[in-house]
Design a protein around this ligand. Structure first.
Ligand code: AP5
Length: 194
């Protein structure tokens, strides 16, 4: 099993690149943002609770997202590997993920960190907000709050996995295809020495 974390700030291209990577490597895509938005669309109690937090651009409590990931892992025992997108987002989530994977005798193979400057992030998200209907894309104040949440709570995830030598930084600016080629090259290097 080969498991990847696609890491980066809001708007860095995690979702866009995930779609291409899961197809190329046959991985299961686990995006906590997508799972939460499905819960909101279905108006479940979890979705109703998460909506007000997400609409402001704040992080949902660790226990909620860890529970979602735990059940998704259990539902896919035959997976060749998982691609985590938007998870983990705190050190507590990172520790919990490592424990869940260890229970399944596997681990994170690599953390691919997309580097994109703040000006470009805001530009991309405001542009998407014109058509996406995502409440957290609608104005610059909410987008800035998401970036602050990332800087204050999520950047530590990269430090956490750096201690295990698992983090690789990839330039997240350029065309979608150029970035995909860079990500593939980092994954292929690691798969060839497995
Ligand atoms: P989540 O859904 O994870 O959103 P996010 O991290 O804010 O990321 P985005 O989906 O906005 O951006 P992305 O990096 O995936 O980029 P994308 O490919 O979409 O989380 C939403 C909320 O859910 C959080 O704020 C939080 O409340 C909650 N949540 C989720 N997970 C959580 C967790 N683990 N713990 C606690 N709370 C959690 O691209 C963005 C735009 O840029 C698109 O329009 C795209 O077309 C465009 N684009 C992509 N690549 C390029 C490129 N190379 N050049 C130009 N444009 C590009």
């Amino acid at each position: 099993m080969f498991n990847i974390i696609l890491f980066g700030p809001p708007g860095s291209g995690k979702g866009t690149q995930s779609e291409k990577l899961i197809e190329a490597y046959g991985l299961i895509h686990l995006s906590t943002g997508d799972i939460l938005r499905r819960e909101i669309a279905a108006a479940t109690p979890l979705g109703l609770e998460a909506k007000s937090v997400m609409d402001k651009g704040n992080l949902v409590p660790d226990a909620v997202v860890v529970g979602m990931i735990s059940s998704a892992l259990d539902k896919n025992p035959q997976a060749k590997g998982f691609l985590f997108d938007g998870f983990p987002r705190t050190e507590a989530q990172s520790v919990a993920l490592d424990e869940l994977l260890a229970e399944k005798s596997t681990e994170i193979g690599v953390v691919l960190a997309l580097d994109v400057c703040q000006k470009e992030l805001v530009k991309r998200l405001l542009h998407r907000g014109l058509t996406s209907g995502r409440p957290d894309d609608v104005n610059e104040a909410i987008i800035s709050n998401r970036i602050i949440e990332y800087q204050t709570k999520t950047m530590v995830v990269a430090n956490y996995y750096s201690k295990f030598g698992k983090v690789v930084h990839v330039k997240g600016e350029g065309t979608v295809d150029e970035i995909f080629v860079s990500l593939r090259s980092e994954i292929d290097k690691r798969l060839s020495i497995k």
